[in-house]
Write a protein that binds this ligand. Structure first.
Ligand SMILES: [Zn+2]
Length: 66
């Protein structure tokens, strides 16, 4: 079951909800202020493809002045 992240536009509270694959309608509400004025956001970690450690290559070229 996918987890959708929402953000409350009222109190700016981020929360995640478990929804079915085919949500009938956007009936999510903020658990903090129970406001229906929420917006669905996409979490970045949801797009992670497998477990890969990508380390940024450190620049080996040293500036020795000149
Ligand atoms: Zn709220």
């Amino acid at each position: 079951m996918p987890i959708y992240e929402y953000r409350c536009l009222k109190c700016e509270n981020n929360f995640s909800l478990l929804q079915s694959l085919y949500p009938a309608e956007n009936n999510a509400e903020c658990p903090k202020c129970s406001s229906k004025d929420v917006k669905k956001v996409f979490s970045a970690f949801s797009f992670g493809a497998g477990s890969g450690n990508s380390v940024s290559p450190a620049p080996t070229t040293g500036f020795s002045g000149g």
